[in-house]
Write a protein that binds this ligand. Structure first.
Ligand code: M6R
Length: 365
């Protein structure tokens, strides 16, 4: 049932304030403003030597964001790889390592094979899954359920923000266990998570603006997405979403890589979407944005009020996010890139929920 929405994807985008809040309620003690895991952990975060994250598609991008969090807030070394590479590479895995697999469906063939390889190598296995009766859930030592309800649209939206919310909670738990985060540091991060559902609701109020911008985007043949630091995976995610449902060619790049190749593509025809809410790296990303503007590139900037002020008057298309703690900015920034892809696809007239050549669950390798 799509409710009042034209597509399941729109419904699922709109459910996010509620689904993120529901998921967080399972992982946080809201009153105490702390992380409280109900799952019994078969490992100790304090003693882990390394975290290996493996997944496919959007779930892989959620894992990439988590790498920034676990490294920064828990000083835990993290490797992230797509499952189809990981499984055949057969990497050496350390004693007392944790392998975390992320999968909405819990049935993705490559992710399952990666899990089995890691288990054979003696790793602790944890899985973030939405389908709790899935094969991946059954074969893991501990599962962290995403609790966002069934996701019907092929393009993942609410499962992604639920995955990110859990990964953020786990990074805080790890940071405390490893003595990196003080109780007050942890409180501040948890508070940012608690405010997130309200921030997402506020973000959704900018839909009209995103729709206007999408009208122009639907005329593009190629689109570049740029982000830096923990926003880099969101640039990748934005490009994947757009490709999947609008069939417009899009690439995500780390903003700092621009001058190492992709800037050669920039001309008046190619929109460049810059994901840069305010954080300590924003200025660097904005300077990459000016390099694009100087070459006649058409810019769509996703930022907050502070970023807007910093960017000055020359940028026509700005999608304004509510100002949040930089820690949770990637979760919030996932929403405008979903909306951009969605509205662009609607303008293109594609089959948004069932894009050509794609399946919801990829059970063949
Ligand atoms: O069910 P999974 O999370 O394991 O699926 C992984 C990918 O196939 C999935 O995220 C895919 O990239 C989506 N269609 C993205 O929107």
């Amino acid at each position: 049932d799509k409710g009042n929405h034209r597509h399941f994807m729109a419904k699922e985008i709109y459910e996010q304030p509620e689904t993120v809040s529901h998921t967080l309620a399972h992982y946080l003690d809201l009153a105490g403003e702390t992380v409280k895991l109900r799952e019994e952990l078969p490992f100790d975060f304090a003693k882990l030597s390394r975290l290996t994250i493996t997944a496919c598609g959007t779930a892989f991008y959620a894992g990439l964001v988590a790498k920034y969090w676990f490294e920064r807030y828990a000083r835990l070394p993290v490797d992230v790889d797509v499952a189809s590479e990981f499984r055949y590479r057969e990497p050496p895995l350390p004693d007392n390592g944790l392998t975390l697999v992320i999968s909405q469906s819990g049935e993705t063939a490559d992710t399952l094979a990666a899990l089995r390889y890691a288990a054979k190598e003696g790793q602790h296995i944890a899985a973030l899954v939405n389908v709790q009766e899935s094969t991946i859930a059954r074969e893991s030592h501990v599962i962290f359920p995403t609790l966002c309800g069934p996701e019907i649209a092929v393009a993942s939206t609410k499962a992604t923000t639920a995955q990110l919310s859990i990964l953020a909670s786990l990074a805080i738990a790890a940071g405390q266990a490893r003595g990196v985060l003080s109780p007050s540091d942890a409180h501040a991060l948890v508070r940012a998570l608690i405010e997130l559902p309200r921030n997402i609701s506020e973000m959704l109020r900018f839909e009209g603006r995103v729709e206007e911008i999408s009208r122009n985007l639907s005329r593009a043949k190629d689109v570049l997405y740029l982000g830096r630091g923990q926003l880099y995976p969101i640039a990748l995610e934005g490009a994947l979403k757009l490709k999947e449902i609008s069939y417009i060619h899009a690439e995500g790049y780390a903003a700092g890589e621009l001058k190492h190749g992709p800037i050669a593509l920039v001309n008046e025809e190619m929109p460049v979407i810059v994901v840069a809410p305010s954080d300590e790296l924003m200025e660097k990303t904005l300077s990459n944005m000016y390099e694009v503007a100087a070459r006649g590139g058409k810019i769509i900037l996703i930022t907050d009020a502070e970023g807007k002020a910093e960017a000055g008057g020359g940028i026509d298309d700005i999608i304004e996010m509510p100002r949040v703690h930089p820690f949770v900015a990637p979760i919030l920034a996932a929403v405008p890139v979903q909306l951009l892809a969605y509205h662009t696809a609607v303008f293109m007239g594609t089959d948004v929920d069932q894009p050509r050549n794609l399946a919801k669950s990829v059970t063949v390798e």
